[in-house]
Design a protein around this ligand. Structure first.
Ligand code: MG
Length: 172
């Protein structure tokens, strides 16, 4: 059995992952409306990944005899001031998620719940990737500046991104 304290914290994390999914879906819809289909595609993939993160935590909590409790998902922003602003918001958000994962990790250690700590290892690495992806695109967008043609090329490039089922789900 998992402790009530850790169960509550994982339920809060499930909500945070679903909020992330909703945020990225909102960003995808913003880009669709702006005519940037590649950026929209990139965020639709993000949306699916975040849903998968929530699912990994749900499966894990169930496997430990815990109870998944789904709470309301808070409102997300709907407007941004261009692609650079969106990716800056993405990086800032992922940095917050990294802090949440680190707090969960510390709680698992404090509770001597080494199974949970082990489960969180994948998320620790995933956050490195999430922050790196956003930071790399911020760098590209800063280089692009006001060059519409270069922005078009990046949009085309991001249209090639496809969703891959994260390994903790694929293994199930
Ligand atoms: Mg996530």
């Amino acid at each position: 059995m998992i402790s009530t304290k850790l169960q509550d914290a994982i339920n809060a994390q499930i909500n945070a992952e679903l909020w992330s999914a909703y945020l990225y879906l909102s960003m995808a819809m913003y880009f669709e409306n702006e005519g940037h289909e590649g950026f929209a595609n990139w965020f639709k993939v993000q949306f699916k990944e975040e849903q998968a993160h929530a699912e990994i935590f749900m499966n894990y909590l169930n496997s430990r005899g815990g109870r998944v409790v789904l709470s309301p998902i808070a409102e997300v922003p709907t407007e941004w001031d261009g692609p650079l602003a969106v990716f800056e918001a993405t990086l800032a958000h992922e940095q917050k998620v990294t802090a949440l994962i680190n707090n969960l990790y510390a709680l698992a250690e404090a509770e001597h719940d080494y199974a949970s700590r082990g489960k969180l290892d994948w998320f620790v690495s995933e956050q490195v990737e999430e922050e790196e992806n956003a930071a790399r695109l911020i760098h590209r967008l800063k280089l692009i500046g006001n060059d519409g043609q270069a922005l078009f090329v990046l949009d085309q490039e991001l249209s090639a991104r496809t969703y891959v089922v994260p390994s903790p789900l694929a293994a199930k």
